[in-house]
Design a protein around this ligand. Structure first.
Ligand code: ATP
Ligand code: MG
Length: 308
């Protein structure tokens, strides 16, 4: 699904971001990317979102060669690769609801579709109660939950989380790690760049790619990391407690993916690339008929921001 083949990224100043990197990641894997500062973790993410073009080598994503993707097709790629940053990068003038909804609005989704999708995502990250707060009113852990929900708004097949717990305490980090694990179990491939020992502990049985000075020094391999075949340290009781809810969300997210092709047709996002919205905010949406009575009951109204 993701293949880096002898990829090198050298910058104009002569420095290397990555040197001759090769690896393949299967759909549904959760891969941890480690390495000291400056080792190339963020460069890897930016190559995947085509913020950077490799100097040499090939990058394939879902059957598409993205290293030479035309400019006009990059927004489609970015819809499939959600990104989560250490410093959240929420838009401060928008509230939580609006931050998650923005990409859907930009894509031209209907009010109903937006409401359904945002409601589902708020439920998934357990932030329904804070939908009307602004980013400055959230704790770091809460802000990161919202940034994860925002990244998921596009129903991406991959989430790249770049040091998502770098600003959080140990307990909150572990909770964010568990949330990412849950999202992976729902079927999203996760690439998680981290130094955080709490997070590394949780994912110690998952695949690790270790970078050093741009070189891939270690790859523990992808034999047992696909969804449903892992033996990891994530709290099992919590997983089973949320099982029913997870299954429901998984179904909803799957159906969302099915709706993607249709979505693309009425997509207004050719304008988006030039806007200030980061890649993760270009989105797709949920399908109307996937809602439960429960979510209908708690559905939020479209805020004024979006007009009518
Ligand atoms: N736009 C750029 N121009 C020049 N050099 C760059 C650029 N982006 C990254 N680099 C260099 O590439 C190398 C890898 O940087 P990168 O940001 O990928 O490291 P990292 O592993 O994410 O580090 P950290 O853990 O500190 O976030 C560094 O030497 C960095 O200086
Ligand atoms: Mg980095």
């Amino acid at each position: 699904m993701i293949t880096f083949k002898t990829v090198t990224k050298q910058f104009k100043n002569g420095d290397y971001g990555l040197k001759d990197i090769s690896f393949q990641i299967d759909p549904g894997e959760l891969t941890v990317i480690t390495g000291p500062s400056g080792s190339g973790k963020t460069t890897l993410m930016r190559l995947l979102t085509r913020e950077y073009k490799p100097t040499e080598g090939e990058i394939e994503f879902e059957g598409q060669m993205i290293h030479n993707l035309s400019q006009g097709k990059i927004h489609n790629l970015r819809r499939k690769v959600g990104v989560v940053f250490q410093d959240y990068k929420l838009l401060h003038e928008l509230n939580v609801w609006e931050n998650i909804a923005l990409s859907l609005y930009i894509m031209g989704k209907s009010q109903k579709e937006i409401e359904e999708r945002v409601t589902d995502l708020l439920g998934l990250v357990q932030m329904e109660e804070k939908a009307w707060l602004f980013p400055s009113q959230l704790s770091g852990g809460e802000a990161q939950r919202i940034s994860i929900a925002r990244a998921l708004a596009t129903a991406p097949s991959v989430i790249f989380a770049d040091e998502p717990t770098g600003n959080l305490d140990a307990e909150t980090s572990a909770n964010i790690a568990k949330l990412l694990h849950k999202i992976n179990e729902l079927g999203t491939t996760i690439l998680l760049a981290t130094h955080d020992s709490n997070v590394l502990d949780i994912f110690s049985d998952h695949r690790h790619l270790h970078l050093n000075k741009g070189v891939l020094e270690e790859d523990t391999g992808n034999s047992k990391q696909t969804v449903g075949s892992r033996n990891n340290k994530v709290d099992k009781s919590e997983s089973s407690k949320d099982k029913n809810k997870d299954e429901k969300s998984s179904e909803e997210l799957d159906q969302t993916k099915e709706a993607k092709d249709e979505d693309t047709k009425k997509d207004k996002s050719s304008k988006v690339d030039k806007s200030e919205s980061p890649p993760a905010e270009e989105a797709s949406s949920g399908k109307k008929d996937t809602q439960t009575k429960e979510t209908k009951k708690t559905r939020f109204k479209l805020p004024k921001f979006f007009g009518k």
